[in-house]
Design a protein. Structure first.
Length: 192
């Protein structure tokens, strides 16, 4: 752990809850108003799996990436959040913009706090960590979208094959007549 890491952690720790709540608010504000309101209010994880996933993932990302606590959970949390956004109607930039909102949330919280340590070094380290997280988010988003398109393509091939069989036509070689188990398994991973 470098001196910059320690400065960032020491500066952020007292403001963790406020910065995390602010970042979570920015993430939820990226959704349509009605959905954001539901995600905020409904606490039942079965009625609101997306809201609960956002809540857990943002906390893990904040603690792991910025405070370096439980850093091994960061890739899973990032993937969870990006997978949700990859299947929704977000453009690629909108899907990963939530990562950059972390900079804004932290800076807004620290702007009102008395400067106890060299803030410039901490903010420089914050920028580097958030930028690295954003690159990982974009790679994850791209992979999730590719999986989703593959699933849709196989599903289309299956439908065409079923129609061809129904009308007595021969299914071209290489076309999956029914690959439901594999498709269902992959779709489950994308939707989680």
């Amino acid at each position: 752990m470098t001196a910059h890491d320690l400065v960032l952690r020491d500066v952020l720790q007292p403001h963790r809850s406020e910065a995390l709540d602010r970042w979570r608010g920015f993430v939820l504000d990226s959704y349509p108003e009605e959905a954001a309101r539901f995600f905020r209010k409904e606490k039942d994880r079965f009625k609101n799996p997306v809201g609960q996933s956002i809540h857990r993932a943002t906390e893990t990302l904040f603690d792991g990436a910025l405070l370096e606590r439980n850093a091994e959970g960061v890739p899973e949390a990032l993937e969870s959040l990006v997978r949700i956004r990859a299947v929704q109607d977000f453009s690629p930039s909108e899907a990963v913009a939530f990562v950059f909102l972390l900079k804004r949330a932290v800076r807004e919280v620290l702007a009102g706090a008395p400067e106890e340590r060299p803030l410039e070094a901490a903010l420089s380290e914050l920028d580097a960590r958030v930028d690295a997280l954003a690159l990982a988010a974009f790679e994850t988003y791209t992979r999730c979208r590719e999986e989703l398109f593959e699933i849709r393509l196989r599903s289309s091939h299956r439908r065409v094959a079923v129609l061809l069989e129904r009308y007595g036509r021969e299914v071209p070689e290489g076309e999956p007549a029914d690959n439901k188990e594999e498709t269902d398994g992959r779709m489950k991973g994308v939707q989680e």
